[in-house]
Design a protein. Structure first.
Length: 231
């Protein structure tokens, strides 16, 4: 026997059922209903009274007592016995499920298409993270602030912290910016680095040795040495 398509819900029409079972005894109606459940789940039932009796959980005598009243509700096919009304409902339910699946697939495809059009190359490039972006760690933020040029003087006092000052110490007396490579960076002499460290400590006394070393581009041991000298 061919297994019928699995469908969870069986459409049930109480008025039709009552009309079809009027005149049956309680045992006959119960056997008929159970066979309908089996047929909905299995498809065609076996054309064998002994196997049907085992499915219903009764002996041969009990089955023989109810079968004559319900036998006419089933027709014989090449796969077994079926209830024609039940098979029509199965086909209808299968069509509805197929149609619902197709609509769901079309709706999903439309959503994906809309999402793809909205997230095109222009948006994709706009939303992509910048290659030159730098993690916002305290040291990086501090270095960035110190490398900026001082803003133009404001006619009114500003409550914000003053920008990083330019420090003397260049080879020809020109200003040296704290944290700026070049005259005040890795090419500085020890004396120039020490001067940059002292100025950084004076302007930012709350910063730790690592932050001072970062903005002055000097080794931490030189920062520690300057701090010891200032004590």
């Amino acid at each position: 026997m061919t297994k019928a398509p699995t469908l969870a819900m069986l459409p049930w029409f109480p008025r039709d059922y009552l009309a079809a079972t009027r005149g049956m005894t309680l045992a006959e109606r119960g056997a008929y209903t159970d066979l309908l459940w089996f047929a909905w789940d299995m498809g065609a039932l076996p054309n064998d009274p002994k196997r049907l009796a085992r499915m219903l959980g009764v002996d041969a005598e009990e089955f023989d007592a109810v079968w004559p009243a319900i036998k006419s509700k089933f027709v014989l096919t090449g796969s077994g016995i079926v209830n024609e009304r039940l098979e029509r409902e199965r086909q209808h339910s299968q069509r509805l499920r197929t149609k619902a699946s197709e609509k769901a697939a079309q709706a999903a495809k439309a959503r994906w298409s809309n999402a793809a059009s909205q997230d095109g190359p222009s948006n994709a490039s706009g939303n992509a993270p910048s290659i030159n972006s730098t993690p916002k760690t305290p040291e990086n933020m501090l270095g960035g602030m110190l490398e900026q040029s001082p803003p133009s003087p404001s006619p009114s006092p500003s409550p914000s912290k003053a920008p990083a000052p330019s420090l003397g110490g260049g080879s020809k007396g020109e200003p040296v910016k704290v944290g700026k490579k070049g005259n005040g960076g890795s090419n500085q002499t020890p004396e120039q680095r020490a001067e940059a460290i002292r100025a950084a400590i004076k302007n930012w006394p709350e910063y730790k040795d690592a932050a001072i070393a970062h903005v002055a581009h000097a080794p931490i041991k030189e920062v520690q040495k300057v701090r010891r000298e200032q004590q």
